[in-house]
Design a protein around this ligand. Structure first.
Ligand code: DGL
Length: 274
C-alpha cells in the first residue's frame, strides 16, 4: 500500500487497541488513522518484556515507514515493556502510551479498595510499580491477570460463558474484599464492560482510560502543531500480522468502523507487507 503521510499510527498485540482507536476517531474525526494488530504474537501479556520491546520497536519502524506522524502504543503491556525505550530510540517521534489508571481510581474510591485487571507483563513492569507507589498511598490495590480473557476477546466471544467465568473468577474475590472501582489495565477489556457491569453492579466505577488517552493524543498533536487541517475524513487503514479475513470479521463483532485490512508477515524479526 502507498504511504499515508501524516497519519496517526496506533498499535496493539491484537484487537484491544481498537478501544483506543474508536476514541481517537471520535475526538479527532479528521485525522487519518492506521492501526496495526500483531496477531501473530498475541497475547503479549505472558511474554518476557524484552521480547515485547523488540516487537514494539519493529512495529513502530513499520508505522513510521507507512508515514505515521505520531505513534499511540495502545497496549498497556507494550507501554510497560517499551514506551520509555521507544522514546529514546525515536527521539523525534511523538508517542502516547498507556498506564493503568490507578491515579483516578485512588482519587475516586470511597471504600479504599480498588481492583486492577491487567496482564502479567504489565504488573511486572516498572511503570505499574511507579503509578501504585506515587498515587495509591493508603489505598488497597488488588490485582488479577484474567488468564484467557485476551484470547476470548480476540475471538469476539464477548458474551460467552467462558468469558463470564474468567471475569467472575477475577472479580468475585475482589468484591468480597470491598472494591468499588475497577481499573481496566488492558486495552482489550473495555470490550467486555457490559459483562463486567453485570458482575460488579451499576454502582461500582469501571475506569476505561481510552477517552483520556485520546485527549492526550489531541494535546500532543496541538503541541507539535501536527493537527491535520483537511476537513474530509479518510477510511481507517488496518494491518494485521494474523489473518486479515478473521480480523475483518472481528471488527464487525466489536462494532468498529470498517476499512481496508492488509496482511503483513514477520520475517526474521522484520515486518513485510504481503
Ligand atoms: N491489549 C494489551 C494490553 O493492553 C495486550 C494484551 C495481550 O496481548 O496480552 O495490555
Amino acid at each position: 500500500m502507498e504511504r499515508q503521510d501524516g497519519a496517526i499510527g496506533i498499535f496493539d498485540s491484537g484487537v484491544g487497541g481498537l478501544s483506543v482507536l474508536r476514541e481517537v476517531r471520535a475526538q479527532l474525526p479528521n485525522e487519518a488513522l492506521m492501526y496495526f494488530a500483531d496477531q501473530a504474537h498475541v497475547p503479549y501479556g505472558p511474554r518476557p518484556l524484552e521480547e515485547v520491546r523488540a516487537f514494539s520497536e519493529e512495529i513502530t519502524r513499520f508505522l513510521l515507514e507507512q508515514g505515521a506522524k505520531l505513534v499511540v502504543v495502545a497496549c498497556n503491556t507494550a507501554s510497560a515493556a517499551a514506551l520509555h525505550y521507544l522514546r529514546g530510540k525515536f527521539p523525534h517521534v511523538p508517542f502516547v502510551g498507556m498506564e493503568p489508571a490507578v491515579k483516578p481510581a485512588a482519587e475516586q474510591t470511597k471504600s479504599g479498595v480498588v481492583g486492577v485487571l491487567a496482564t502479567p507483563a504489565t504488573f511486572q513492569g516498572a511503570l505499574y510499580a511507579s503509578v501504585v507507589e506515587r498515587f495509591a498511598q493508603g489505598v488497597t490495590v488488588l490485582q488479577d491477570t484474567c488468564p484467557g480473557l485476551v484470547g476470548q476477546i480476540e475471538r469476539g466471544a464477548l458474551e460467552a460463558a467462558e468469558t463470564r467465568a474468567i471475569l467472575e473468577k477475577a472479580l468475585y474475590p475482589m468484591l468480597e474484599r470491598g472494591i468499588d472501582t475497577v481499573v481496566l489495565g488492558c486495552t482489550h477489556y473495555p470490550f467486555v464492560i457490559p459483562l463486567i457491569r453485570q458482575i460488579v453492579g451499576e454502582t461500582a466505577r469501571v475506569i476505561d482510560p481510552a477517552p483520556a488517552v485520546a485527549r492526550q493524543v489531541k494535546r500532543v498533536l496541538e503541541a507539535v502543531e501536527a493537527t491535520r487541517l483537511s476537513s474530509e475524513s479518510v477510511p481507517i487503514r488496518y494491518y494485521t500480522s494474523g489473518a486479515p479475513a478473521s480480523f475483518d470479521a472481528v471488527l464487525s463483532v466489536l462494532g468498529m468502523e470498517r476499512g481496508p485490512v492488509r496482511g503483513v508477515r514477520w520475517q526474521a524479526g522484520y515486518i513485510q507487507e504481503i
